[in-house]
Design a protein around this ligand. Structure first.
Ligand code: 13P
Length: 255
């Protein structure tokens, strides 16, 4: 279980924030604040900001991701965006299965799996989000639930394609609430995620998998969370919208 075997990745999930004009301004600040990071740094922006983000991050250490993707390449799906549309723009990453998508837009483990497969086939790196609600945690089913989410999300994903998969553990009760999971809680579930990936793909693949924690991660708690052996990075909401706070998290991950 060697943390050096895998890439530390700090990704910002901007959610439905920032116009293209505001995106350009925040990226200018981020480029100043985040230099020579000791980890991979990704910003996931709204679709409308992606062209600007790709352009503005050229030649910098910042990588660009989308926050969702449809599973068909094209067709009669009004309002949707496909994986080839993203890669054509120069987008590298995409988040799938965020709990807000599951909760407000009726996404299921099955559609998360379809989105992941489509994104991987198009050459995107995929951040698959999993995590339990407070009620599920209190019922003691966190590990079972997360194992199931991971197994279904990865159905049909080849061992080769798994190299482009990152799994983000985001307990729903910690998202946007200021109530962070303790480092031990994050470690416990991130380790369980690595175990199930090991059962599916073998130990070497599991050792190479980047597992992120997300949920009220900030400049103050990032170092402790990231010090855990199975927490390889973070998926950051609110704190990713402030250049200084995001840069501090990136710094904590690079240590
Ligand atoms: P917060 O960092 O705002 O809690 O959001 C976490 C998240 O949902 C990242 O995807």
């Amino acid at each position: 279980m060697n943390k050096q075997l895998r890439k530390a990745i700090i990704a910002g999930n901007w959610k439905m924030n920032k116009t293209p004009t505001e995106t350009a301004a925040l990226i200018a600040q981020l480029k100043g604040a985040v230099q020579n990071p000791g980890c991979e740094v990704v910003i996931c922006t709204p679709f409308t900001s992606l062209p600007c983000a790709v352009e503005a991050t050229k030649g910098s250490c910042l990588h660009v991701g989308a926050e969702n993707v449809h599973f068909e390449a094209s067709g009669a799906f009004t309002g949707e965006i496909s994986a080839p549309m993203l890669t054509d723009l120069g987008v590298e990453y995409v988040i799938v299965g965020h709990s807000e998508r599951r909760q407000y837009f009726a996404e299921t483990d099955q559609t998360v799996n379809k989105r992941a497969l489509a994104a991987l086939a198009a050459g995107l790196k995929v951040i698959v989000c999993v995590g339990e609600s407070l009620a599920q945690r209190e019922e003691g089913v966190t590990e079972e639930l997360v194992r199931m989410q991971v197994k279904i999300a990865l159905q049909g994903v080849s061992a080769e394609a798994l190299k482009n998969v990152i799994i983000a553990y985001e307990p729903i009760w910690a998202i946007g609430t200021g109530r962070t999971a303790t480092a031990d809680q994050a470690q416990e579930v991130c380790a369980a995620i690595r175990r199930v990936v090991g059962e599916l793909y073998g130990q070497t693949a599991a050792d190479g998998l980047t597992v992120q924690y997300g949920g009220s991660m900030n400049a103050g708690n990032a170092a402790e969370l990231l010090s855990k052996p199975d927490v390889d990075g973070g998926l950051i909401g609110g704190a990713s919208l402030k250049a200084d706070a995001f840069a501090a998290i990136v710094e904590a991950a690079g240590k």
